[in-house]
Design a protein around this ligand. Structure first.
Ligand code: ZN
Length: 79
């Protein structure tokens, strides 16, 4: 398992195995990284700034402003 796959697995576990946006069950091989706060704004690549989403959400939500993402993500219970 690659380092990125391990990171995805950790994020998936934190999200109860679901896409952070649509809430559908998400398989590790379909998970894509997304930055909550775009790297262009915050040069911070910590796991706390990363979520995993399905590919359709990733392409649909990637362009959303951070405020919209944070509102959507606020529904998740992060530790
Ligand atoms: Zn999704």
């Amino acid at each position: 398992m690659t380092r990125n796959q391990k990171r995805k697995l950790r994020l998936l576990q934190r999200q109860n195995g679901k896409c952070c946006y649509c809430g559908q069950p998400l398989a590790l091989e379909d998970a894509t990284f997304d930055h909550v706060i775009p790297k262009a704004i915050m040069k911070w690549n910590a796991l706390n700034n990363l979520v995993v989403s399905c590919q359709s959400c990733n392409s649909g939500f990637a362009a959303q402003p951070p405020k919209e993402k944070i509102l959507m993500l606020s529904r998740l219970a992060f530790d």
